[in-house]
Write a protein that binds this ligand. Structure first.
Ligand code: PLP
Length: 432
């Protein structure tokens, strides 16, 4: 019989010491109606908890673990770096190697600056855009998440959407007054916003494939449309590829869709599970950053030796031929399988996927094209699905508004097992 006594005990202690017992809100599992599972260790596509349960991991640390846990190439690269010292506050060759790889692969990036998280990357990118253009406002899309900096906490995705809060206390009105948020995939809303605010907009920032309100695909031609419009008004286009970078291919969503932004934010995968973010783009813009230019941004641990070692090793494995084809095939198999089983048992849901990321939106048959659609999903049903899958040994994102990821370590047998578990879960849902 499944039990998680020790996880519950740890969580009780954690709640006395850490707000909500967690260091990032969605981990608390509130919206799916259970307590968090504490993780003791990971190995390949499996997670292990202190109560002796194991789970197939479809969260992959919210994206970074595209090779699975403890990939031998990453373990040996990080171990080697560890033996040489963990931080110097001076340049190292690994930073240059990681920068070189990113510049080679990501079409928009001619120069790159490494930071410590996706949040740092996006907040630095908009400071740069403001410094470069001399304009103040930014435009974002409802349900997109760009980290937790003040400017982005307006109709944001991820935990903000999961908890159902519009913004956050502590963010001054004066700051969010400079952030405009409009629906994704809506050309009229975009044109209207540009007509009204275009001259004051420093940047349009977007997840080219939104994945923090669940996975949503850009309509055919939508990214091209946004690119064209921003160019006409000299507004910088920033792709937040913290999730899609090195997930949809080595060149990210921009290569996948053939649309090149001015600046790109990266994170997650490029750190191979260690804390890394980055922002990069056109040389003339990037050279505005200190000490090359006047826009200030710095970091004690930026370009950290362990983090860059993990990042380089991760990219080296991803560069091997056939990687993304294999990830894509497996995700197709999983998504198609889920759709088939769901319709067999009369469960109404839609699987939206691209590459190796996917969201199953419950209670929806029509495509989910924006935040408003996503909010119609049946979160209570998702919660029941989540809890049943957990007991079957499958670890899904503890929120309807997040993506499921697979890694290179997910093999066919694991996927087969997952489909079996999903079938039991759907039968359970159909009969309750
Ligand atoms: C995760 C994420 C961020 C924030 O990155 P952190 O490392 O959590 O600060 C920013 N943008 C997108 C699209 C993300 O998915």
């Amino acid at each position: 019989m499944y039990h998680n006594t020790l996880s519950k005990k740890f969580f009780q202690r954690a709640k006395d010491l850490i707000p909500g017992g967690v260091n990032s809100p969605v981990r608390a599992c509130q919206s799916v109606g259970c307590d968090p599972i504490f993780i003791e260790k990971g190995d390949q596509c499996y997670l292990y908890d202190p109560d002796g349960n194991s789970y197939i991991d479809y969260v992959c640390s919210w994206g970074p673990m595209i090779l699975g846990h403890c990939h031998p190439h990453v373990v040996s690269a990080v171990s080697e770096a560890l033996g040489q010292g963990t931080s110097f506050g001076a340049p190292t060759w690994r930073e240059v190697t990681l920068a070189q790889k990113i510049v080679e692969h990501v079409p928009s990036i001619e120069k790159i600056r490494l930071v410590n998280s996706g949040t740092e990357a996006t907040m630095s990118a908009i400071r740069l855009a403001r410094g470069f253009t001399g304009r103040k406002k930014i435009l974002k899309f409802d349900g997109c998440y760009h980290g937790h900096a003040d400017s982005f906490l307006v109709k944001a995705g991820s935990g903000v959407a999961t908890l159902g809060i519009p913004g956050s206390p502590g963010v001054p009105e004066e700051i969010v007054a400079n952030t405009i948020s409009i629906p994704f995939n809506d050309r009229d809303a975009f044109t209207e916003a540009i007509d009204k605010e275009g001259r004051e907009l420093a940047a349009v920032i977007m997840e080219p494939v939104p994945a923090n309100m669940g996975v949503i695909l850009p309509d055919e031609g939508y990214l091209e449309f946004v690119r064209e419009k921003t160019k006409q008004e000299d507004i910088l286009l920033i792709f937040d590829e913290v999730i899609t970078g090195f997930r949809l291919g080595l060149g990210g969503a921009q290569e996948f869709f053939g649309v090149t932004p001015d600046l790109t934010c990266l994170g997650k995968i490029i750190g191979g599970g260690l804390p890394v973010g980055a922002y990069g783009g056109r040389k003339d813009i990037m050279d505005q950053i200190a000490p090359a230019g006047p826009v200030y941004q710095a970091g004690t641990l930026s370009g950290n030796p362990l983090a860059t070692a993990a990042g380089i090793a991760t990219l080296e494995v991803l560069e091997r031929p056939g990687t993304y084809e294999s990830l894509g095939e497996k995700m197709d198999y999983l998504a198609n399988g889920l759709s088939e089983i769901a319709s067999k048992h009369g469960i109404s849901c839609i699987n939206q996927r691209v590459g190796s990321m996917m969201t199953t939106f419950f209670g929806r048959k029509a495509p989910v094209r924006n935040f408003q659609d996503a909010m119609q999903a049946d979160t209570e049903m998702y919660g029941r699905f989540f809890r049943k899958m957990l007991k079957e040994g499958v670890w899904l994102a503890p929120s309807q508004f997040e993506a499921a990821f697979i890694s290179l370590a997910h093999d066919w047998e694991t996927l087969e097992f997952t489909l079996g578990a999903a079938e039991s879960a759907f039968i359970h849902l159909a009969n309750s």
